[in-house]
Design a protein around this ligand. Structure first.
Ligand code: C5P
Length: 208
């Protein structure tokens, strides 16, 4: 079977000892894809940010917190993989500094300096010998346009687009796949079913 590396869930970017920046990703889609790949006979490594989900039955599970930790974990695992599916909702920015003590409240505006995080998928897709890379694009508008642009910029054979307001935290979603052949719609269904269809689609693309 193929060796599949998957990132899932959000990343958490610490501000101080008790606070941080996180987005609303539940990790459901990534975990469903990990299970579907495993059921299809793949050897799966799942690298996951903080989620409240039972650990799926995969060959290897790596738990991370921040985007930088996720990148380090991906670098360790990526050489051995044939397919990289980047489902994680990586935080675009992290606080420039981490305050180890709890920041005290004052009656003044507080300014947080944010710096951009590394783009993990961009890094993998631009390796000298990249695995087959699959990206996700959660958008609130202009789904086709933004997804196509990300597919091109990140150099991906396949990108999966969905509407953020519909997909976030939900058990069901609708997926729109963009590859060299064009656009394919996977109509609304449980994420577990969509994951199965996506894995099948990736299998067909790899046979070409
Ligand atoms: O955040 P963006 O819409 O660019 O995400 C598109 C794809 O890139 C997703 O598959 C996501 O997992 C990946 N990504 C990443 N590292 C980032 C930002 C996004 O791997 N820092």
């Amino acid at each position: 079977g193929k060796r599949v590396l998957i990132t899932a869930g959000p990343t958490f970017e610490a501000i101080d000892a008790v606070r941080g920046i996180i987005n609303l990703s539940s990790g459901k889609m990534g975990y469903a894809i990990a299970s579907a790949a495993s059921n299809a006979g793949a050897t799966v490594t799942l690298i996951a940010g903080p989620v409240h989900l039972p650990k799926p039955a995969v060959q290897k599970f790596v738990s991370v917190t921040s985007a930088e930790q996720m990148l380090e974990a991906v670098k360790k695992e990526v050489d051995d993989c044939d397919i990289f599916i980047s489902v994680a909702a990586v935080a675009d920015y992290r606080p420039q500094t981490y305050e180890p003590q709890k920041i005290k409240k004052v009656n003044q505006p507080l300014t947080l300096e944010l710096v951009p995080n590394p783009d993990i998928l961009h890094y993998v897709a631009h390796l000298e010998k990249p695995p087959f890379c699959v990206g996700f694009a959660a958008e609130t508008e202009k789904l086709d346009q933004y997804a196509q642009k990300k597919r091109q910029q990140k150099r991906l054979p396949l990108i999966v687009a969905n509407l953020a307001q519909e997909a976030m935290g939900a058990n069901e979603s609708t997926l729109i796949l963009f590859d060299d052949q064009g656009k394919h719609i996977l109509p609304q269904a449980p994420k577990t079913e969509l994951a199965r269809q996506l894995i099948k689609h990736i299998g067909l693309l790899l046979e070409k």
